[in-house]
Write a protein that binds this ligand. Structure first.
Ligand code: VGL
Ligand code: ZN
Length: 184
């Protein structure tokens, strides 16, 4: 039994003031920093788009690779992250799920590390967190979503709530950050 913490797309552009902001994306950062203490394997994905991509036909320009908007927020304890997975890197792919990362294959990486329980946090509930959680379940990981360490775009509240409903119905366990994590 081995657990990992996967931080999905906690990036400046998804935080207040960013190009595609979540209303409270910044308040999950201290929650994630604290959660890191419970895990020995901590990895992250980031949205890492080229300047020109079909993805920007339906979204404002955000998380262009190497830009400030694509960077982690300054207060995220990035030194604890041992591997980063970049996604949405092509001009024709959305890359919502961290399992679509192109610099390194997330599914293979987790199998190599013998991870069987994956704890997922980050941004955004309705898109990349949800897609990543659904893929994690398909890959057969026991998948937990830590709700107070997830924020959404919240275009409407129904979409936000439905995202959690969908993840739960697919087999994910929704928990809060004060839950204990075994088998570190
Ligand atoms: C995301 C919309 C567009 C996300 C990424 O990280 O949830 N959402 N690109
Ligand atoms: Zn994107």
């Amino acid at each position: 039994m081995k657990t990992a913490l996967l931080i999905v797309d906690v990036q400046n552009d998804f935080c207040p003031g960013g190009a595609l902001p979540t209303p409270q994306g910044d308040i999950i950062v201290p929650v994630i920093n604290k959660l890191m203490e419970k895990f020995s394997l901590i990895i992250a994905s980031r949205d890492w788009h080229p300047e020109d991509t079909i993805h920007f036909n339906h979204w404002p320009v955000h998380c262009v690779k190497e830009s400030h908007g694509a960077d982690f927020p300054a207060d995220l304890k990035r030194e604890n992250i041992i591997q980063i997975f970049e996604k949405g890197t092509g001009s024709k792919d959305d890359g919502y799920s961290a399992f679509e990362a192109t610099n390194k294959n997330l599914g293979e990486y987790l199998k190599e590390k013998e991870v069987d329980e994956l704890y997922i946090v980050g941004l955004t509930a309705e898109y990349c967190v949800k897609s990543t959680v659904l893929d994690a379940l398909k890959y057969g990981f026991k998948t937990f979503v830590i709700k107070d360490a997830v924020e959404g775009i919240r275009q409407n509240e129904d979409d936000f709530d439905n995202a959690f409903e969908e993840m739960k119905n697919a087999g994910a366990t929704i928990i809060t950050s004060d839950a204990s994590v075994q088998n570190k």
